[in-house]
Ligand binder design. Sequence first.
Ligand SMILES: [Zn+2]
Length: 307
Amino acid sequence: MFIKNEAKMKEDEEMFGECHAHLVMDGENYKHAVSIHEKGVQEDAVRRWLEVYQKMDIPFIRDGGDALGVSKKAKEIAWEYGIDYRTPIFAIHKKGHYGKIVGREFSDLKEYALLVKEVKRQKGDFIKIMLTGIVDFHTVGVVTSSPLQREEIHEMIHIAHEEGFSVMGHVNGNETVTIAAEEGIDSIEHGNYIEEEAIEAMREYHTIWVPTIATIKNLEGKGRYDDQVIQEIYAIQKERIKKAWDKKVILALGSDAGAYAVPHGQGIYDEWNAFCDMIGEEKEAMKQRLKTGEEEIKKRFSKDTVH
Ligand SMILES: [Zn+2]
């Protein structure tokens, strides 16, 4: 009877899932975290993180991929922790562009198509593609690396959809976010420095936006970057996310847990707190809307969703 009550309590609380994590990373030191798995996946390390998520009542994780098979292993054993785990196995990036730290590269679309087939063979749930670099935390308004172009983005999304996969896209900057949304990408991850145009495109094409704001907010006071620069970048994002919220873009919570200063488990609570700060509306209504975004991710990001 007590067990029943306890379960009911949890049901009422309805915890958020984590819509963007990397189990291969530890939130502190990328090199060290990855080195553990270099000669094969260390199941103990994977189990340790899954336990953290289980203890914090996080029932859903969508991984952003890695090159070492860590998220694949996590998916195989996550059910033991009552966690619904989705993975792209590895992320896919174009040779010479950003993305090496989470996946595998291609030179041309033929190679890309083979990688998509490889994800299928390894029973991945969706395709993760890297379309731009990341925010340069030293300078306000700058994205590293060079973005991919529309023709290529179009083909990449098309090929993945043809194979029955949804597409999660690592994208920053107004132009590339707009293109990716117009070309039918299923979710935009990060989406820093976007303008009205990209917000409008995401609204129109029902793209899910996962801003991973914890990756910026959590840098404050860490001493790695100039806090003033971090605060300025956060202020810009705060304004854009609020705008997208008001325009009814589908938003979901994902913290990029595992990235520097974003701890597993705690990350999704940090993301939620940042959203409360950015949106400033009544919490229950916000929660409901963000849960709807999460449900949309659960629905779309499983194998053989019809496109
Ligand atoms: Zn990520």
